[in-house]
Ligand binder design. Structure first.
Ligand code: UDX
Length: 443
């Protein structure tokens, strides 16, 4: 099929590249001409394992191209996928202005029956608004389909090929058939429904996953009080297939460009509809407290954080991405700086401040060892493989002096910490080799 993808962010680029890979002829467009030039040269503007290789292959075989010429991109296409950003407004509402802009251009350009697919995460009712907008600007036949995307950053390619479902929200069977056909080579089960339900499925799914995370994080707090081990509790719970083990990893909570934004949006949507989502409010509050749970452990261990040398291990909001949007690392760094600590940071991929004022206040280490050498306290914030597989024994043997480990993602087994003889604090589990609060190390 002849496909156009509007927007070359995470969802748009991965969608465009993988549609080309399964045999469609794809044009990707974006208003950012510098980005389009980069992409045409085969450069991916963000870190996503496996994406560049697929992109270059499809650029070379001619099934994928990038352009800013929207007339060319929109005129004679079977399907146009809208995958532009839908950022949060300060009140939590969703800013759909990029969608409106894109749809307006599409409506003015189409010259044959076109299926317009909304892949961006949009508030319930947006697809209907989009239909009304297009109707005002064209005499061409068209259909609108809501087709939310569920891929995760860091494993986007894997997720596209191994998705659990493709949700198609359409009022037209013709359009739903076309979108089903479009995805056929992925072999993913298709669920067809109405557009409003499709729009809500996306928000409800993300909110449910976030709920699992906050739930296990509350259990972690309780485990600390009751002397239980949250990893064992999560494992035991996950064995029940009605519960399932994914998204029960206790830690510093969720960040990134989706969960926090989507939860704010869902709360706002509910409020506007005079409905109250009490559970989801609590989910959000629990999550906001997560960085402080670990920071409190530091405060308890050191009488003062002033001039304490702290290593932040991992900056991205999760492993295998360079995305620092709503990353917990930034909240922790801000608080530590406020308390007078000095910071060194290490992340396998995020190695520059890129204009971020919080990151600019820290020194970047070239290696994990360099960070550990300098730090009196080390906080594991993101569980990159390189970080989680760093031998605990080396923490203190390879470094010039002792660093105390605060593991925000429970990367190590407690027995391992005991064997290594390190002073080790994690989440929802007993401390290992705990010592009394002191100024000792940095006085
Ligand atoms: C999420 C959804 O998973 C995806 O379906 C949707 O399309 C976009 O939003 P993403 O934000 O890329 O994807 O990452 P995800 O793997 O879901 O993790 C989100 C956050 O939750 C991360 O900060 C991660 O560290 C945290 N998390 C995840 C936990 O704290 N514990 C867990 O058990 C799982």
């Amino acid at each position: 099929m002849q496909i156009t993808v509007v927007g070359t962010g995470y969802v748009g680029l991965v969608t465009g590249v993988t549609f080309a890979e399964i045999g469609h002829e794809v044009i990707c467009t974006d208003v950012d001409s510098a980005k389009i030039m980069k992409l045409s040269r085969g450069e991916v503007p963000f870190y996503e394992p496996g994406l560049q290789q697929l992109m270059v292959r499809n650029l070379q075989n001619g099934r994928l191209r990038f352009t800013t010429d929207t007339t060319d991109a929109y005129r004679f296409r079977d399907v146009i996928c809208i995958a532009v950003g839908t950022p949060s407004r300060p009140d939590g509402a969703v800013d759909v202005s990029y969608i409106e802009q894109a749809v307006l251009e599409v409506a003015k350009a189409i010259e044959q029956y076109t299926v317009i697919v909304v892949k961006s995460t949009v508030p319930v009712g947006t697809n209907e608004q989009v239909r009304a907008m297009v109707q005002q600007h064209t005499n061409c036949p068209f259909d609108i389909v809501s087709n939310p995307e569920f891929l995760r950053e860091g494993s986007a390619i894997h997720d596209i090929y191994h998705g659990d479902r493709i949700v198609i929200g359409a009022d037209s069977d013709r359009a739903a058939d076309i979108v089903t056909e479009l995805h056929k080579p992925f072999g993913t089960p298709v669920f067809r429904t109405d557009p409003r339900s499709a729009e809500l499925i996306k928000y409800a799914s993300n909110a449910f996953l976030a709920t699992k995370i906050s739930y296990i994080n509350e259990m972690a707090n309780l485990c600390e009080k009751l002397g239980a081990n949250v990893d064992a509790v999560a494992h035991g719970m996950g064995l029940d297939r009605r519960i399932g083990s994914p998204f029960l990893q206790a830690g510093l909570g969720y960040g990134g460009s989706c969960f926090p934004k989507d939860i704010r949006a869902l709360l706002h949507m509910a409020e506007s509809a005079q409905s109250e989502l009490q559970l989801l409010r609590a989910v959000s509050i629990v999550n906001e407290q997560r960085p402080y749970v670990v920071l409190d452990k530091l405060k308890q261990r050191f009488s003062s954080l002033r001039n304490l040398r702290v290593a932040i291990l991992g900056l991205s909001f999760k492993p295998n991405t360079d995305d620092i949007r709503e990353a917990v690392s930034l909240v922790m760094m801000k608080e530590l700086l406020k308390a007078g600590a000095s910071l060194i940071v290490y992340d396998p991929i995020v190695n520059q401040a890129k204009g971020n004022p919080v990151l600019e206040s820290a020194r970047f280490a070239g290696s994990m060892k360099e960070a550990l050498d300098w730090a009196e306290a080390s906080i594991i914030v993101t569980e990159w493989d390189e970080i989680r597989s760093f031998p605990l024994l080396q923490y203190n043997q390879e470094t010039l002096k002792e660093t105390i480990i605060f593991d925000g993602r429970n990367c190590y087994a407690l027995a391992e910490a005991e064997r290594a003889g390190v002073e080790y604090y994690s989440v929802g589990r007993p401390a290992v080799n705990e010592r009394q609060p002191s100024h000792l190390l940095h006085s």
